[in-house]
Ligand binder design. Structure first.
Ligand code: MG
Length: 208
């Protein structure tokens, strides 16, 4: 799944934060070195906005052997700035919970724990279907997501309950950015891209 399609849009190629800013609109100031960026100061959001999309992210946990739980390499990837897929050092836990790595934060625990140890690069492939909202603002269906971590399925098309804690907004019918969370730990990211997905295919059986 980490094979990159030809129509993918690069959000971060390891050399520049041009496609990112802080939530308040100021320039993003995360440190870039060795082809990756590391949490430095503040959450950052992509300039690219999306509705339905396949998002690919690679990240690496710092080694924090003296820390536990939410203090051990905490960050997060927020789809549309609204739905956090947790990033944490949860290596080795047999039954990961609602706050562990891979969780849709405080909504759904990952089906299995496929985390690698700190200092090893890991991947998320997030197959995201945005909420459907009618013209009056009524939510017709909540967002759905399938998550692969390190090429293994950890969420199977779950319907989210709504935005997770820390969401940028609740305008569920609007496109949103990718947000990377500053939780005070030195988590690194690289090779971030997305593919915009059409919201539906043809409704014709044989249009040829
Ligand atoms: Mg987090």
């Amino acid at each position: 799944m980490s094979h990159r399609p030809a129509n993918a849009i690069t959000l971060f190629d390891g050399t520049s934060l041009d496609g990112w800013r802080q939530v308040d609109g100021q320039a993003a100031i995360w440190e870039i070195a060795d082809g990756c960026m590391t949490v430095t100061s503040g959450n950052i959001v992509s300039a690219e906005q999306f509705t339905d999309a396949w998002v690919h992210v690679e990240w690496r946990e710092p080694d924090m052997p003296d820390k536990t739980g939410q203090a051990k390499g905490n960050s997060g990837v927020f789809l549309q700035g609204r739905y956090e897929i947790q990033v944490l050092d949860s290596y080795g836990w047999e039954v990961p919970g609602l706050g562990d790595c891979g969780a849709i934060y405080n909504q759904f625990a990952p089906l299995v724990n496929v985390c690698k140890p700190a200092r090893e690069w890991q991947t998320y492939d997030l197959i995201f279907r945005a909420a459907r909202v009618d013209d009056s603002g009524q939510v017709l269906s909540q967002a759905r997501v399938t998550v692969l971590q390190n090429d293994q399925v950890i969420h199977n098309n779950v319907e989210l309950l709504g935005p997770t804690g820390g969401a940028l907004d609740e305008d569920l019918g609007q496109p949103g950015p990718l947000l990377l969370q500053d939780h005070g730990d030195l988590v690194s990211y690289r090779n971030i891209w997305l593919v915009h997905l059409p919201q539906q295919g043809s409704d014709t059986y044989d249009p040829h």
